[in-house]
Design a protein around this ligand. Sequence first.
Ligand SMILES: NC(=O)c1ccc[n+]([C@@H]2O[C@H](COP(=O)([O-])OP(=O)(O)OC[C@H]3O[C@@H](n4cnc5c(N)ncnc54)[C@H](OP(=O)(O)O)[C@@H]3O)[C@@H](O)[C@H]2O)c1
Length: 239
Amino acid sequence: MTLITGGFGGIGQTIAQDLAQKGGAKLVLTTRGATGSARVEAAVRQLEELGAEVLAVRAEVTSPEDMRRVVDEARARFGSLDVVMHAAGVTRDALIATKTDDDSWDVLAPKLLGTQALVSALAEHPAKQTVLFSSTSSVIGAAGQADYVAANEYLNAVARSAPAALGQVLAVNWGVWADAGMAARAAGLDRPASDAIVAPVGRPLLDDSQPMPGDASSASSCASKTGSSADTARLRGRR
Ligand SMILES: NC(=O)c1ccc[n+]([C@@H]2O[C@H](COP(=O)([O-])OP(=O)(O)OC[C@H]3O[C@@H](n4cnc5c(N)ncnc54)[C@H](OP(=O)(O)O)[C@@H]3O)[C@@H](O)[C@H]2O)c1
């Protein structure tokens, strides 16, 4: 039996579908939203059609009470809890000077408090194996991600310290997923190609520019026919 926190997110769903396709999957997936929502019901139906048994549980991963309830419900339904995948997480990318404490706490809490809540909920009956969803950001230290880097490095440290409650622990430093999850969503790549905001639009800044006097062939001119040299296509999020 596999418990996935953030199980209705992009990567959580991808992994749940993969497990379902392999056959015999028993899945417990958490969400903070209503388990009766159209989105959650459709996802559960799809997994069941692939042959999985699925229990969707509404839970806040930072709450020790909620995590204990999730573990209890999982054991009551499936008899055991073998693997935990801790995939709950959020980003609030921005430079430190513009971040509020609440922004940073939103990012830190699911990984710090969420992991601690899992350790507490599993203390008496440890999982066999736990996978903590960390990120290459913890190595790269990308701009705007001070809190996200710290949150993921915390997961790496937990994996190194291997608390008994989590069983065999692995922190996976995922790179950017191209077609599902938070990074793809931020880039608009999780939508059908026709809706994508990244559809190529050529090089409008250069196309609209006029050549500098005496430099008819130069592509470096930024003197726009409209009097503006802003790359408006890219400012609108297109490239
Ligand atoms: N996508 C990537 O490229 C990438 C790369 C490296 C690492 N990762 C890591 O992989 C994990 C999954 O990412 P993803 O791309 O699948 O993101 P996602 O689509 O945003 O899914 C993450 C899910 O976490 C849940 N969540 C967030 N805060 C929570 C909280 N406090 N309590 C309970 N659930 C909470 C949300 O579920 P509900 O809204 O349903 O509650 C959300 O759907 C994250 O930990 C992320 O840091 C992702």
